[in-house]
Design a protein around this ligand. Sequence first.
Ligand SMILES: *Cc1c(COP(=O)(O)O)cnc(C)c1O
Length: 326
Amino acid sequence: MSRIGGHLPVGITPYYAALIDPTNPLDPTRKQMVPVTDEFVTSPGEADDPLSEDAHMPVPGLVHRYPDRVLFLVTNFCATYCRYCTRARMVGQTGEYHFNQSQHQAAIDYIAANPQIRDVLLSGGDPLSMNDDRLEWLLSRLRAIPHLEFVRIGTKIPAVLPQRVTPALVKMLRKFHPLWMSIHFMHPVEVTPEVAQSCGRLADAGIPLGSQTVLNAGVNDNVETMRELMHGLLKMRVRPYYMYQCDPISGSKHFRTPVEKGLEIIEGLRGHTTGYAVPTFVIDAPGGGGKIPLVPDYYVGRDGDDVVLRNYEGKQYRYRDPVAKS
Ligand SMILES: *Cc1c(COP(=O)(O)O)cnc(C)c1O
């Protein structure tokens, strides 16, 4: 791992680096992992913390944006550093975030003291970069909080360091059910036998798996690539969860796609393939408004007692829906 001018570190696992085609300068994995000078150009609307996470932390590392659930940042270390990272301001850095035991304890104390919190999402950094003992300590402390119904882990490690998903890890994790996992996937090239094995171990341990994918220009911003990825995920028992508009972090312009591109991709999936293969397209609102879903419009309008709809092929259908007379 090396640093460029105090910026987001460069780091990639040998396994993931091996997916890059060395002869292709436009290789999608290369674009996500290898920095280019565009990264140092800040464009209008960009910010280091566009989602205002730091302003929503009652204790360091704990983002409490929605009343009933919290985002618990447990480490700033990742197995690979994505150049479009939402948390580029903190990952791989030393600084105000220490992520040590006393910080973990302060977050756990806050969750224990706030009974409206029923859902904790562990993220970072990558929680699976911590060793099994540390992770087990955290999960057991959280599980001991009676009002916590549900814990989930957000991670990229099953996709970029599948060797980390050992039988010992899943044996430990399965003690803490209900435990869910969201795995960061970007491109169909990531669907390999090794990753199928890591996801298979987690699924066999009864951990429901969801995916999170960020729209990236030149990486996955077309219907065919996204469809192939979603089909690959279903085969590995990963249910597509979110497809994100790329957050406007500083230096991300070369990654961002027009919002309409995301709508076009959803429209190209919905009805054309398995419903389970269609993620929810969201924009995480700058300023901290949370995730806002965007859906292509299938409602054409009302015609008297009929609602006019269009289907995935663009054909119009009527649904009789008399407006109640009062
Ligand atoms: C994404 C996120 C969550 C979880 O959102 P879900 O829609 O429930 O998956 C919770 N807190 C914060 C701050 C988030 O960014």
